[in-house]
Design a protein around this ligand. Structure first.
Ligand code: HEC
Length: 435
């Protein structure tokens, strides 16, 4: 009887699939909802996508390449592997959506009934999170040439805070969205970066990523929507600190001027729970002995982090330069079970993004987090900045390497935050001999 029932269900199931495959797909009803929801935010005028995908003719013109990039999952850009951590705002097509696009392209790209076309989503022009508590703008524009290599530039924005603040969200508004690819935020309480900022001429100074003595406070990547930290958390911005924007520009074919505006949202009072950030390996791997021989294909950096008290993990992101290929972090709980926290199977230096868990991930005291990063310094790696390959060591230039996974968390019991903070410093560390 059970078998019979199963057979019937299977048969119905198969029929269901068969009909779905036979139904003709058209743009208005089947493809436009996917494109509007998952692509249009970046593929519209003055945005970072290299062409618009807002109309039937836009999409039809690019249909073949759209089929290819969606099947390869290189668009929409989303780097964490599905099933390894559940993140907010996951920018990913499911298998059915990819199949729908493929069928539409292969069946002749019918337009369908335009009356059934969904509305284009509203793309808010103003502040997405409402009026910020503090707005700061670069004092003059940076000239981005029409063509040439990608540019990495650091800009110092004095905040002139008269007292310590806790920042729940940072919203970035580029003036030339089509050329701003991503921006990493750093906080400098030392004034060192401010001293490097030229008073005249092009604003900012060169170099990518890490500023010494500066603390990483998140970032923005094209297409990203600003959001408040979960659990009413705030990042501590001490009085007198400067915000540094480490900006990556991708010339668009047209000369542009970028004068970035940033909005900061403050917590009304000091948050009850303390947001703690730790890295594995610590300090972007400065002590991990990173020294990658020319031609080496599968160079590994491994690190372990012991969780000292019960914690809840809220955010995670990776940082490395060009030749990093993969990143992963796996937690082994005291009961021996494991939880994959993130896996980035194809690291892309140009898409540095940070991820917030849908629900904070609870990790009990005694959990071990194992991090593994791999690097490919061979000529087969299209992202290799050197041709022929050269030995690459740890360093701050983007053609050097570094690497770590950066975790944002809270102590499950705020009373234990002291021990958590101490372990987050990654001290003491032994300088490992370059291997
Ligand atoms: C977060 C912003 C963003 C989203 C969302 C996005 N794209 Fe893109 N897309 C880009 C950028 C930027 C480029 C230029 C290449 C690059 O920087 O990776 C690009 C390039 C492309 C290209 C050209 C690729 C090539 O090899 O020349 C295609 C096709 C494309 N996107 C299609 C899509 C489709 C289809 C979607 C939705 C399913 C989508 N994109 C969603 C930002 C985005």
């Amino acid at each position: 009887m059970t078998r019979c029932l199963l057979a019937v269900i299977t048969l119905f199931g198969l029929c269901g699939i068969a009909t779905a495959q036979d139904t003709p797909v058209n743009f208005a009803e089947h493809v436009a909802p996917i494109i509007f929801d998952k692509c249009a935010a970046c593929h519209r005028p003055d945005e970072v996508g290299p062409f618009s995908l807002l109309t039937y003719s836009d999409v039809r013109k690019k249909a073949k390449i759209i089929q290819r990039v969606t099947e390869q999952r290189s668009m929409p850009p989303w780097h964490p592997e599905h099933g390894h951590g559940e993140f907010r705002n996951e920018r990913r097509l499911n298998d059915a959506q990819i199949a729908t696009i493929k069928r539409w392209v292969e069946s002749g790209m019918a337009e369908g009934d335009v009356a059934k076309l969904p509305k284009l989503p509203a793309f808010p022009a103003g502040w997405q999170l409402g009026k910020p508590d503090l707005v700061v703008t670069m004092d003059r524009a940076f000239q981005v040439p029409a063509t040439g290599r990608d540019i990495y530039r650091n800009f110092v924005l004095p905040l002139n805070l008269k007292e310590d603040k806790w920042v729940t969200a940072v919203e970035l508004r580029p003036s030339a969205r089509s050329v701003v690819h991503h921006v990493l935020y750093f906080l400098d309480t030392t004034g060192k970066s401010r001293a490097k900022e030229p008073k005249t001429g092009q604003p900012g100074f060169g170099g990518a990523g890490l500023q010494f003595g500066a603390r990483s406070v998140g970032g923005w990547a094209a297409g990203r929507t600003a959001e408040h930290l979960p659990l009413d958390l705030g990042l501590h911005f001490p009085k007198g600190s400067d915000l540094i924007l480490a900006s990556h520009f991708h010339p668009s074919g047209k000369a542009e001027q970028e004068k970035t505006t940033v909005g900061l949202y403050f917590a009304k009072k000091k948050p009850e729970r303390t947001h703690i950030v730790f890295q594995a390996p610590p300090f972007f791997g400065i002590a991990a002995g990173i020294n990658i021989p020319a031609g080496k294909k599968d160079y590994k950096v491994r690190a372990k982090h012991k969780v000292p008290v019960d914690i809840e993990l809220v955010t995670i992101h990776g940082h490395a330069h060009y030749i990093c290929r993969t990143m992963k972090a796996v937690a082994t709980l005291p009961d021996g079970s494991t939880k994959s926290l993130i896996s980035i199977p194809k690291w892309d230096f140009n898409w540095q993004d940070s991820y917030t868990y849908k629900e904070p991930v609870k990790l009990p005291k005694g959990t071990t987090i194992d991090v593994e990063l791999t690097y490919d310094n061979s000529a087969d790696n299209a992202a290799n900045p050197f041709n022929p390959p050269k030995q690459i060591r740890w360093g701050q230039q983007s053609t050097d390497e570094m690497g770590s996974i950066i975790f944002g968390c809270v102590a499950a019991n705020e009373s234990e935050v002291g021990a958590l903070r101490k372990s987050s410093l990654g001290l003491p560390f032994k300088l490992k001999q370059p291997n």
